[in-house]
Write a protein that binds this ligand. Structure first.
Ligand SMILES: *Cc1c(COP(=O)(O)O)cnc(C)c1O
Length: 486
């Protein structure tokens, strides 16, 4: 056999062995059917499932990665036991802790299609339609918050990365220089999401001076205190640079006074950033629109469709009022992408974010919006606001219940103060009992040394029955510990 023939034979053997990577129609049907049955089973029972179950996922060790593949039914059985059972079930309507996400089915179908076709949504010239779709969605969200035509943005993997992109953009827009970092000042609130602090460090800005603006009784920044701090910093020769406000804090859902804060930011030429990862999409409701007034004045805004639009995890959005700043901070030159130049008005995600190859995230948002329209999203968001009000009103009728503040959005922060004993212990016990029961999942927080429980209502599967159930459980456990009945 000649050398070339040997080569051809080897290639043919390998081609045969790797054939499994391309299942034929019958095999595809077999896999899809198994996966569909699994998903159906999961969704059919989702309304009765616990929001939290103890476990450690160690069943996964039963399936070490090996040379040969396994039957899908065995694999899905382990997936169910190890991954889709223990821990938090974020798909459950009983998930009322932290900030719940969603997982609407239509988005999963969008992901499926994006994965099958694997279109490259990073560069316009490679896939004009995919990039145009993402730009169209960014424009839709820019319109929602009242941004002008100059705005641009990026679909990122979540709110944390979106905040990072905004901070890097603000850094470059103000041409901050390393040697001045320790004279540069950021103004924020103690209630800001921890990812902001992380982003500052990742952006190389760990040395900047952080000023925590005092808060009012509803955990919102006090504008005249901000003005006072900026004046003092300027007098001391420092460089005020960035103001970070929240439109819906994680702890209490507080919305900082955006209009007043913006006026101060503009007066002193600060970049004004609003983290609306949790609260932003409430702008679809009349009440939210009222509460979020002034968001359009920000230089940058972060929204999380995987929270406020009930999508599965993996989609956050950063919007920049003047997209040139976003472009300047993220554009690139690459010899192997020289043919990527085009004169389209469509900017490409690769020029506007740290990513190149990325998941085609647009489809998981575009498909649900096309199939459902905006109306059901608006209704669900409105329902969440009312459920939080209902829960709050009901809590007020329970003796010993103390509310951190009136809910502005859909987070209710409360604690039980027993007649005797340490309130922090009481609330830790209450939370532990609720977790042990598992049907609903609440989280806790610490406000000025006091432990509070939080109910965050943002799952599209949370309805009145579960809120009533939560109330009855709270009353039950309080009664158990403190021989108290409401
Ligand atoms: C959830 C949240 C974040 C972080 O977003 P991820 O999508 O979890 O990365 C940032 N800020 C606020 C206000 C949030 O609620």
């Amino acid at each position: 056999m000649g050398k070339l023939q040997q080569l051809v034979n080897s290639i043919q053997v390998l081609q045969e062995q790797s054939k499994a990577l391309e299942p034929n129609s019958g095999q595809r049907h077999y896999f899809t059917q198994a996966v569909n049955e699994y998903a159906d089973e999961f969704l059919t029972h989702i309304h009765d499932k616990a929001a939290y179950i103890d476990g450690d996922g160690k069943e996964l060790y039963q399936l070490p990665i090996q040379e040969m593949g396994r039957d899908i039914h065995n694999v899905l059985a382990i997936l169910n036991q190890a991954v889709d059972t223990p821990g938090l079930n974020p798909a459950s309507g009983g998930y009322l802790g932290y900030i719940p996400g969603g997982g609407i089915y239509h988005a999963a179908l969008g992901d499926y299609l994006a994965d099958v076709s694997n279109r490259i949504s990073a560069l316009y010239y490679l896939n004009p339609g995919a990039v145009r779709m993402e730009n169209l969605l960014i424009r839709w969200m820019a319109d929602l918050i009242g941004y002008p035509g100059t705005a641009g943005g990026n679909l990122a993997s979540g709110g944390s990365i979106s905040n990072l992109i905004a901070i890097v953009t603000a850094r470059d827009a103000h041409r901050l220089k390393c040697k001045n970092f320790n004279k540069t000042v950021v103004y924020l609130s103690e209630q800001v999401h921890h990812c902001v602090d992380k982003s500052l460090r990742i952006a190389g800005l760990g040395e900047v001076i952080k000023r925590y603006v005092p808060l009012d009784n509803d955990y919102r920044m006090i504008p005249h205190q901000l003005a006072r701090m900026i004046a003092a910093d300027k007098a001391a020769g420092l460089q005020p640079w960035l103001l970070i406000a929240s439109a819906g804090t994680t702890n209490t859902g507080a919305i900082d006074p955006l209009v007043a804060l913006n006026q101060i930011a503009k007066l002193h030429q600060l970049w004004f950033h609003v983290d609306a990862a949790y609260g932003g999409f409430f702008i679809l409701t009349p009440q939210g629109k009222q509460l979020l007034q002034g968001i359009e004045t920000a230089d940058s805004v972060v929204l999380d469709p995987h929270k406020g639009l009930f999508l599965p995890n993996g989609l956050g959005v950063v919007l920049i009022k003047d997209k040139q700043h976003l472009l300047r901070a993220h554009s690139f030159d690459a010899s192997y992408l020289e043919d990527a130049q085009d004169d389209s008005d469509q900017l490409s995600p690769a020029e506007l974010s740290p990513e190149l190859s990325k998941h085609f995230r647009g489809l998981r948002l575009w498909l649900p919006l096309q199939l459902l329209g905006v109306a059901p999203f608006r209704a669900a968001l409105n329902e969440k606001l009312l459920l939080a009000q209902y829960f709050y009103q009901q809590l007020l009728t329970i003796p010993g219940m103390e509310l951190a503040c009136e809910p502005q959005l859909s987070v209710v922060t409360f604690r039980y103060v027993p007649l005797q004993g340490d309130p922090n212990n009481a609330n830790q016990n209450l939370l532990a009992s609720i977790r042990r029961n598992g049907r609903v999942f609440l989280s806790s927080t610490n406000l000025n040394g006091r432990i509070y429980l939080r109910l965050a209502c943002l799952s599209f599967r949370t309805h009145l029955d579960l809120i009533d159930y939560t109330l009855s459980m709270i009353k039950h456990y309080i009664g158990e510990y403190y021989e108290f009945a409401a």
